[in-house]
Design a protein around this ligand. Sequence first.
Ligand SMILES: *[C@@H]1O[C@H](CO)[C@@H](O)[C@H](O)[C@H]1NC(C)=O
Ligand SMILES: *[C@@H]1O[C@H](CO)[C@@H](O)[C@H](O)[C@H]1NC(C)=O
Ligand SMILES: *[C@@H]1O[C@H](CO)[C@@H](O)[C@H](O)[C@H]1NC(C)=O
Ligand SMILES: *[C@@H]1O[C@H](CO)[C@@H](O)[C@H](O)[C@H]1NC(C)=O
Ligand SMILES: *[C@@H]1O[C@H](CO)[C@@H](O)[C@H](O)[C@H]1NC(C)=O
Length: 350
Amino acid sequence: MITSFCALFFLGLSSLATAANFTQVFEWPNGMDYEWPSEASRTQALNDGAFKPENIQARFMAVYGTRIFLSLENYDGIPASLVTFMTSSASFASPPKLNPFPSRGMQGKGFCNKIEQTKGMDVDSVGRLWVLDDGSENCNAKLWTIDLSNNDHTKLIHRFSFRFYMHDLVLDETPNGTFAYILRWGERNIIVFRLEGNESWIVQTPGSGVYSIALSPKSKEEPRKLYLGKWDSDELYSISVTALRKETRIANPKLIGKWNARPYKMLIDNHGTMYAAFWEKNYINSWNTSQPFEEQRFYEDAGLNTYWPFNFAFDQNGTLWMTVFDKTRKPKYRLLKTAVDARSFKASPE
Ligand SMILES: *[C@@H]1O[C@H](CO)[C@@H](O)[C@H](O)[C@H]1NC(C)=O
Ligand SMILES: *[C@@H]1O[C@H](CO)[C@@H](O)[C@H](O)[C@H]1NC(C)=O
Ligand SMILES: *[C@@H]1O[C@H](CO)[C@@H](O)[C@H](O)[C@H]1NC(C)=O
Ligand SMILES: *[C@@H]1O[C@H](CO)[C@@H](O)[C@H](O)[C@H]1NC(C)=O
Ligand SMILES: *[C@@H]1O[C@H](CO)[C@@H](O)[C@H](O)[C@H]1NC(C)=O
């Protein structure tokens, strides 16, 4: 009894020493809510089932200046899947409401010229928010850019020839053009989109299906690497982006290491540290990609018991923002931030 207590105590200490210190910005004790045109419209949406507040679950995130963007899971009773709020506007006591972005009218399932179901997002070096849209029964998947530094000018930049299972994307800005590498969950391939030319193609990645994706920072020494997490295993793979940019049709991912669990989200900062969150795990681990694969505890939240607990993104100044979802306890949602002293690589165009 005493020995096991000591062991736990020391384990606890060592994880405290390596874990990052986050500051809480907001908490939503009972969960998040939209900003409604009127209380009556909210009541009506609740009554007719168009709005089910308990189904609000954040899946992807992007940050630009003082604006946070969230992509909400495709559940029943979620009238808008792309939402925003300001980190500066509300007080701790009244956490911000979610505003459909760029507007309520620009969103709607079944409308091929609207944002139907938001998936992964990323902000490029000129302040455009890239939004992956899953499509619907009626419309193929598509890709939008919303110019955050220019009145949120919204542009449909590509329609794919398929729909559904879109998951996450990363952006690769090169002198030869801007590429988006896109994953559909469980697929044995990567979709490459090139902005100039408005073209997309599929690169086969033999092996088991992919799920999470992250891109290494720009470096003078070596080409950027695309890291791939698997749908059905803990294995981490990488491929060089050189081949992807050249319209190759097949790329063989190289095994890099094995996480302790299956990641659903991976992200790399400007210094090459990778962060990974895992299904049903109450922690985030990191790995310095300049070194052989080795996991370190980056953040841990005792007692958290949620399927998809964390959602995180860097802003342009190297602050890591994170939402924490607690399915069983209050507060249900929290927004935290920490400066990891790492400028997001997107801040510096080549
Ligand atoms: C977090 O804060 C604790 C206590 O102030 C400190 O000992 C630790 O070094 C900090 N960790 C980091 C990564 O800054
Ligand atoms: C980054 O820092 C600069 C200067 O401190 C500030 O003006 C800017 O608003 C910050 N940007 C973000 C995205 O926080
Ligand atoms: C790009 O191509 C798609 C068809 O795949 C088209 O719908 C879209 O309008 C094009 N976008 C631009 C900016 O040309
Ligand atoms: C740009 O494209 C040209 C022609 O395809 C190629 O020779 C060159 O290596 C590319 N440059 C980069 C940085 O990818
Ligand atoms: C990652 O590893 C490299 C090479 O050992 C080292 O130079 C760098 O400082 C490490 N980065 C961090 C954030 O510890």
